[in-house]
Design a protein around this ligand. Sequence first.
Ligand SMILES: [Zn+2]
Length: 84
Amino acid sequence: MRVECPECLQPAVISKRNKISNHTSDLYCSCKNAECGHNFVSTLSFKHTLSPSRRTTQLLVFEYLKSIPQADLDSLLEKLSKCR
Ligand SMILES: [Zn+2]
């Protein structure tokens, strides 16, 4: 991951990451430009999903299937077996 110094717009290095939550971290950064030397903290955060995790999809399907009455589930499984 590349971080840019907000002062001189040159590359900076991340020296430490402080996890704030599962979706947010503070990144402690140092500018690599010797004439600048800016040390700063940037925030890295999750914004939105482009493609859902397979784990999430499988969990949703599992939870949904658990809620279906057994007779309907049996019927659904029978239909699925004929599709494959
Ligand atoms: Zn800089």
